[in-house]
Design a protein around this ligand. Structure first.
Ligand SMILES: [Ca+2]
Ligand SMILES: [Ca+2]
Length: 161
């Protein structure tokens, strides 16, 4: 084998190894247009459709995901940036996967993950507001009635492991 051919072969093998190590496999059940967050390898997609929290919860499950459960500032920033890709009217919110429906003021993520970032949660509606909305203008989480935001848009965001 000529020396130049060997060099090409070596480069080819290196390229395959290097490429293979950086390529991740998107599970077949994750929508092609969902965005991957590199820190946890999860995927997210914002849906610009007005649904109740219950309906959004079901919709994510039907798609083999779940309403996004946000357990770090970085994850919140990522989801917010994703939602901000689309222009939105003031007051627009996006359903996320937490409720205090079972026990008032005890907010839980539907995945069972602990709810940290409590300072980001603005809860003032008591028993008539049991579902968490991500407010796009501020990045804060606010309790809402099940039908959601009525002045701005009401979106939802699904997450896939
Ligand atoms: Ca999450
Ligand atoms: Ca409540």
């Amino acid at each position: 084998m000529k020396r130049s051919n060997i060099l090409i072969l070596v480069l080819f093998v290196v390229a395959i190894i290097a490429g293979g190590s950086s390529i991740y496999t998107r599970p077949s059940y994750v929508p092609q247009d969902a965005s991957r967050f590199s820190s946890n390898g999860h995927y997210y997609k914002v849906f610009h459709e007005r649904l109740s929290w219950d309906e959004a919860y079901e919709r994510c499950i039907i798609m083999n995901g779940y309403l996004a459960c946000i357990t770090s500032q970085a994850e919140n920033d990522f989801v917010l940036a994703l939602a901000h890709e689309q222009d939105y009217p003031e007051y627009t919110c996006c359903w996320i996967g937490s409720t205090d429906e079972k026990v008032e003021s005890q907010w839980k993520w539907i995945t069972g993950e602990p709810l940290v970032m409590e300072d980001n949660l603005l809860s003032h509606g008591g028993e008539v507001e049991n579902f968490l909305n991500l407010r796009l203008a501020t990045g804060e989480w606010e309790d809402y009635p099940v039908d959601g935001e009525s002045v701005g848009e009401q979106w939802f965001v699904c997450e896939w492991d």
